[in-house]
Design a protein around this ligand. Sequence first.
Ligand code: FAD
Length: 217
Amino acid sequence: MGLSGKAGRWSIVLDNTPQPRNDLKSNVKPYVTRIDNPRYIVIGAGIGGLSAAVHLAAAGRRVLILEQAKTVGGKMGEMHVGGYRWDTGPSVITMRHVLDDLFAIAGRDMAHYLNLHPVEPLTRYFYPDGTVLDISRDVARTLAQIQKIEARDVEGYLQFLAYAARLYRVVSPVFIYDQPPRLGSLLKGSPLDTLRIDGVRSMRQAILYARRICANC
Ligand SMILES: Cc1cc2nc3c(=O)[nH]c(=O)nc-3n(C[C@H](O)[C@H](O)[C@H](O)COP(=O)(O)OP(=O)(O)OC[C@H]3O[C@@H](n4cnc5c(N)ncnc54)[C@H](O)[C@@H]3O)c2cc1C
């Protein structure tokens, strides 16, 4: 894998030979003509482009990634303000197995590159009336927090988790873990499941509907 970041624009060349390439120029256009006939060009070095390129390189393809920004990572960046470090995008990894698979495909040990730490709580919500709600990786701990605020919402939260789990079970094999969906792949699931995925409502609409139904629970 070769890296180049002169003058603030990046190009990355991934191939299956681990030779660093120092001959890349810093302006995007010349890269394209100077690279030894890259077979694949990925536009954008966000986590999506980087992982697509790793997959291609691991499959023995020669890949060139072009990035317009000064750094790689896309939304997965950080900024430093007032002595604090802020994530500009993802702060928690919710699908660790995807990262595990990516490193495994590349034949690398993720532990050599990343230190992942469990985060507790996952998120802390502050409401205008002073209420604070910690969402934990431990469902029982989250439920105890909700119980303190409004006991009836314990059921609502469990229903929401079941609803989200159902969406993930039905939708993820088609939309997350497969090739871009086609009519054929959309018809693969059971018709009952297709009806259950609540495809015409936004999540907000679904939650508002559930709240209306449960208003007098
Ligand atoms: C505030 C926020 C919080 C988030 N929190 C989480 C979280 O906690 N956990 C989680 O898993 N996900 C989270 N996400 C989602 C996650 O950040 C994104 O799904 C992921 O970073 C998207 O990666 P990407 O590569 O698809 O796109 P991007 O990160 O947007 O990368 C696209 C890249 O392409 C470059 N580019 C675009 N056009 C061109 C061009 N014409 N030429 C060259 N380069 C180009 C851009 O500069 C950029 O670097 C969060 C997102 C946001 C905004």
